[in-house]
Design a binder for this molecule. Structure first.
Ligand code: ZN
Length: 388
């Protein structure tokens, strides 16, 4: 810990006074270095802080070697006294997520022995990669244990043990560490080397909720949210499920059973519709006379595959010269025409032109869609075209 890293002296420092040491122009703004700062620079998976220096906006904070660089949208003269103000809402949210991640990863390590091998603190959620396979029951268990640590409101301990103490200390660490090591402990859950900012008591994490997990390459990727993000998430899910329960007139904790019943009803209805349509089409087909030069059948909402089968049956069973089947849909007609004796392409072209349609195909089978025309007009048009 350096004397000018105010965020390490007090992670809750939201305002401070300092002096500008240097200010350099960059392509996308300015890079300002201060004598001391409470702006945490990106590191250890935690994004850099945002806020203001006097009236100037700090868009991001990074560190190169030992220097903290504030990326700003305007310059400030070196030597100027500045008042720094953090976007505290954002920083506290990041502290809730980061501390929650430690508690969760520590408990995965404790219960399963897996290492955290990846940590991404995103805009919406926190993504963690673990070195072993976790299933739903494992995650439910860790989620419960993690929230119990929150209820215990244990004080977070941050220490800088010397090399001798370090050699006997058991702690999680993502990389080989040199020099002074900062150890962050959540008693009962985790001991880990970390350079980030943390809440002072586990209770401030508020709530830890697992959102999803994926087993991949022998490991597990887990998505969690903590603190205010978890509250917002639970509120949104509750709002959604309340709306669903009203729509289904179902108890709020029994919506999935209600949807299962609805799906079954829907499945039976679809089956019934399919059977009724099939019978209706069989009847319509039976009514057609044999050996006609033109056999036209109209129906509605038949899918294109069934349309082709039906049209083909009419040619085969009724020995029609030309069979045409039209199906009416919300956006107009779908059609198929089949003939063993004539090239249907000119007729198809004329039909499309007359009824604002499109389509085509090899000469013995054409299909397409029309956007206008009544059943009567279609029949008349085909009749006239084949007679002429
Ligand atoms: Zn950390």
């Amino acid at each position: 810990m350096n004397w000018n890293e105010l965020y390490y002296q007090d992670a809750y420092l939201t305002e401070f006074d300092s002096e500008v040491i240097s200010c350099q122009s960059r392509d996308d703004g300015y890079a300002i270095v201060l004598k001391e700062t409470a702006f945490y620079p990106e590191g250890g998976g935690q994004p850099g802080d945002q806020g203001t220096l006097n009236e100037v906006h700090v868009l991001d904070t990074h560190q190169t070697q030992d220097v903290v660089i504030h990326y700003t949208d305007a310059p400030i003269e070196p030597g100027t006294r500045v008042h720094g103000r953090l976007n505290w809402q954002r920083r506290f949210d990041l502290m809730q997520q980061h501390s929650g991640e430690h508690i969760f990863s520590g408990l995965v390590h404790k219960t399963k022995g897996y290492e955290n091998i990846g940590f991404h603190l995103g805009e919406d959620t926190v993504t963690l990669d673990f070195s072993g396979v976790l299933n739903e029951a494992d995650l439910l268990n860790v989620e419960t244990l993690a929230n119990e640590i929150i209820w215990k409101n244990v004080p977070v301990q941050i220490t800088y043990p010397d090399q001798k103490e370090l050699s006997t200390l058991e702690f999680r660490s993502k990389k080989e560490l040199e020099g002074s090591v900062r150890i962050v402990s959540f008693p009962g859950a985790d001991v880990c080397a970390c350079c980030g900012t943390h809440v002072s008591h586990s209770g401030e994490v508020g709530l830890i909720k697992v959102l999803s997990f994926q087993n991949r390459k022998g490991g597990t990727r887990v998505e969690i949210v903590c603190g205010n993000r978890a509250l917002k998430y639970v509120q949104a899910v509750f709002r959604e499920n309340t709306a669903i329960s009203h729509l289904l007139s179902a108890n709020i904790l029994e919506t999935s059973q209600a949807v299962t019943r609805l799906n079954q009803d829907y499945g039976s209805l679809l089956h019934e519709i399919h059977e009724t349509t099939r019978r209706l089409l069989e009847e319509k087909k039976a009514e057609l006379s044999d050996h006609q030069p033109l056999a036209v059948l109209t129906a509605s909402h038949i899918d294109p595959k069934d349309l082709r089968v039906l049209c083909n049956d009419i040619v085969e069973e009724k020995h029609a010269g030309v069979a045409a089947v039209f199906s009416l849909h919300e956006d107009g007609w779908k059609y198929v025409m089949i003939s063993k004796t004539m090239d249907l392409r000119p007729l198809c072209k004329a039909l499309n032109a007359r009824f604002n349609g499109r389509g085509g195909g090899p000469g013995d089978m054409v299909q397409g869609a029309l956007t206008s025309g009544s059943e009567e007009e279609l029949r008349q048009f085909l009749q006239d075209s084949l007679e002429s």
